[in-house]
Design a protein around this ligand. Structure first.
Ligand SMILES: Nc1ncnc2c1ncn2[C@@H]1O[C@H](COP(=O)(O)OP(=O)(O)O)[C@@H](O)[C@H]1O
Ligand SMILES: [Mg+2]
Length: 309
């Protein structure tokens, strides 16, 4: 049986004339990775910090682990872990000392060695925080969020600005937390991150949830077709596709993209290519991704161009 550990109802946060969070309702199940996916300024941090009891809602209800954020703040704080956006710590404490320090703040006797192992920082335990790379610093932050052995862990953009390798290493740590049975509330503006990690995704834009579901549900409910992109193909591909009743999207030097109604039509098309002796260099067959879904829903791109990708 599933159990909701967070329920949010009609949540609103207003700053002056900005409705940072504009009436959102959702639930998070125990043990799942829940991703809150949206661009900068969508209202992700405001929402998580209201759930974490750090910010006070303008209106609406939040219940976490069966407790009301308005009444049971101390209770809740002891049972959750938080990695704030852009986490930073004492420059001149080692990894080990940092985790020890935060565990003392919580008045808990945590097993520092176990946490260091959980975030794969064994070989860095004696290094000063200031000397660590961005990815290692984030992993220290995740360890810190775990000192009170929380049931729910909130990770606010844990991989923003990291290079691909460091990002994958943080993903491995998050997968490990899920295996430990933690519920994880992840905010991100990387659709790939949500796709790789999340059991359930809510897409947020301008303070509103505009779509939610598993990746497959989100894609299937908005896109009925499969895209076939062919590069380096011989002549006649577009014509053949049109003859078979398929939409042809682009036909330029970069290749040609064809839209099939389903798997069966893809197979028919492949057979037709072979029967007509058409050769090609490469073929990519795929459903649209969350990035394209976001574009369709909002008319805007999810991530602006940036160096770290
Ligand atoms: N303390 C605040 N005071 C005024 N405006 C704020 C405050 N916090 C957030 N905002 C505004 O609320 C909107 C949502 O911000 P935020 O929750 O940080 O988005 P995200 O985390 O998705 O990038 C933005 O327009 C931001 O400028
Ligand atoms: Mg944020």
């Amino acid at each position: 049986m599933t159990e909701d550990v967070i329920t949010v109802k009609d949540l609103v946060k207003v700053y002056g004339n900005v409705r940072a969070v504009d009436g959102i309702t959702f639930a998070v199940e125990k043990g799942e990775v829940f991703a809150f996916l949206g661009p900068n300024g969508a209202g992700k941090t405001t929402t998580v910090e209201m759930i974490e009891t750090i910010r006070t809602p303008t209106s609406g209800d939040i219940s976490i682990l069966g407790k009301d954020v308005k009444k049971d703040r101390m209770d809740i704080l002891q049972r959750i872990g938080v990695l704030p956006q852009e986490f930073s710590s004492f420059d001149r404490l080692t990894v080990e000392e940092t985790i020890q320090y935060y565990s003392r703040l919580f008045c808990v006797d945590c097993d520092v060695g176990r946490l260091i192992k959980l975030v794969n920082l064994e070989e860095h335990r004696k290094k000063l925080y200031v000397t660590l790379s961005g990815g290692l610093k984030q992993r220290v932050g995740i360890a810190v969020s775990l000192v009170n052995n929380p049931e729910i862990v909130f990770l606010d953009e844990p991989t923003t600005g990291l290079d691909p390798r460091a990002r994958h290493e943080v993903w491995d740590v998050i997968k490990g937390l899920k295996r430990e049975g933690k519920t994880i509330f992840l905010t991100t503006h990387y659709m790939e991150e949500a796709e790789v990690l999340a059991d359930y995704i809510a897409i947020i834009s301008k303070g509103k949830i505009i779509a939610y579901g598993t990746t497959t549900e989100l894609i299937d409910s908005h896109f009925k077709t499969i895209k076939v992109t062919i590069k380096g193909g011989s002549a006649g591909i577009g014509q053949l596709a049109k003859k078979m009743g398929m939409a042809v999207h682009s036909e330029d030097k970069g290749g040609i993209t064809i839209e099939a109604t389903g798997n069966e039509q893809v197979v028919e098309f492949l057979n037709a290519l072979k029967a007509n002796g058409i050769s090609y260099l490469s073929m990519d067959i795929r459903k649209p991704n969350l990035e394209e879904l976001f574009l369709v829903l909002t008319g805007e791109a999810l991530v602006e161009e940036e160096a770290a990708k």
